[in-house]
Design a protein. Structure first.
Length: 145
């Protein structure tokens, strides 16, 4: 996929930032462990920190799933804390069994997926550093027409 096509795909599928009171679902097992049926964006980040999936000192970001990952997992957004795109994807793999089965191993992910950062910067690099408030859209490298 050319860089131009990947950037167009990233722009096309850009979404608005989640609202602070948005309800976020987690796998039922995690929600049961937390004693909740749904969480706000901030409650989700705090819960993932409490459960040891991410570190509060890392940037607060939102990972958005697109395409097959969204359809198979039933998720669209996952608010979390991560330093890099690869760390955000690894957190997703650890908390959602279906995502873990659908995503290739971390060393292979750059071949098969792209990441649109804040709707403009498209990268395949898992080492891309994140900043507070970044919105990452994860989509297959073969997306598009």
């Amino acid at each position: 996929m050319s860089v131009d096509r990947a950037q167009d795909a990233g722009k096309r599928y850009q979404r608005s930032q989640p609202q602070p009171d948005a309800v976020v679902g987690l796998p039922p097992e995690l929600l049961a462990e937390l004693g909740a049926s749904a969480l706000s964006v901030e409650e989700c980040r705090a819960a993932l920190v409490r459960l040891g999936y991410c570190t509060a000192g890392h940037p607060a970001v939102t990972l958005e799933l697109y395409g097959g990952l969204r359809l198979k997992t039933g998720w669209d957004l996952l608010p979390l804390h991560a330093n890099t795109v690869g760390e955000a994807v690894e957190i997703l793999r650890r908390i959602h069994p279906k995502a873990a089965r659908l995503l290739p191993a971390p060393v292979e992910i750059e071949k098969h997926f792209r990441f649109a950062i804040n709707g403009s910067a498209v990268t395949g690099e898992v080492s891309h550093r994140l900043r507070d408030g970044d919105h990452i859209v994860l989509f297959s490298a073969s997306v598009g027409g």
